[in-house]
Design a protein around this ligand. Structure first.
Ligand code: SAH
Length: 221
């Protein structure tokens, strides 16, 4: 497919799947018109890269539905100077979208293979304000804290305490939380003061499980 066709597919994806469902954050819309989503999915799914749904990637994980990526990022209410932490790099797509909106993106993934692939994509695209690390994101990434925004792309039983603590005062954390491994509510936590947090329940979602010290201990079948 040539570039102008792909640009048109992305413009249509943003218009029909995102804008028409009420997301108006111009920075999110702009970033999603730019980032080549088809380069973040396995080759055999490339023809579906701009469809309205999640797609399988390596290690039995998924690249989230474009609308869900937009919804989560819009809820962070980001500014160009912000620094953001993402837990669950997966394909690297959401980190790539974030990197077009803020100063610096830090992203952690527990599957090493996914880290390697995501890193290669960022290099190929010249997205040099993203740092990727292999590890357990439920512990956060203390070296670069505090973060203006934290986004968790996998669902946990509760909000990991290290992530709360690594949020800047005034910062926002968006995470799927639920008692079942694949059924959650999207929750936004705002840090109002050193020990003051406000939680809001946004919408029901279905993410892959968050596996780690402050998440689920292992994946169910
Ligand atoms: N943002 C991704 C979505 C990936 S799905 C994208 O745009 O493609 C969620 C990812 O979270 C999976 O790759 C899974 O391996 C990862 N994950 C689950 N628990 C994790 C943890 N504790 N730390 C880091 N990554 C985790």
């Amino acid at each position: 497919m040539d570039d102008s066709k792909l640009t048109e597919l992305r413009a249509r994806m943003v218009r029909q799947q995102i804008e028409e469902r009420g997301i108006r954050d111009e920075a999110v819309l702009r970033a999603m018109r730019i980032v080549p989503r088809h380069l973040f999915v396995p080759e055999r799914y490339q023809h579906r890269a701009y469809d309205d749904g999640p797609l399988p990637i390596l290690a039995r994980q998924t690249i989230s539905q474009p609308y869900v990526v937009a919804l989560m990022i819009a809820q962070l209410m980001l500014s160009p100077d912000d620094r953001v932490l993402e837990v669950g790099t997966g394909s690297g797509y959401a980190a790539a979208v974030l990197s077009r909106m803020v100063a610096q993106v830090y992203t952690i993934e527990r599957h090493e293979k996914l880290v390697t692939y995501a890193q290669a994509r960022f290099e190929r695209l010249g997205y040099d304000n993203i740092q990727v690390r292999h590890g357990d994101g439920t512990e956060g990434w203390p070296d670069h804290a505090p973060y203006d925004g934290i986004v968790v792309a996998a669902g946990g039983p509760s909000i990991p305490d290290p992530l709360r603590q690594q949020l800047a005062v005034g910062g926002r954390l968006v995470i799927p939380v639920g008692r079942k491994q694949r059924q959650q509510w999207l929750v936004r936590l705002t840090r109002l003061g050193l020990n003051q947090f406000e939680a809001e329940r946004l919408s029901p979602v279905a993410f892959v499980p968050l596996i780690g010290a402050a998440g689920w201990s292992q994946e169910e079948d």
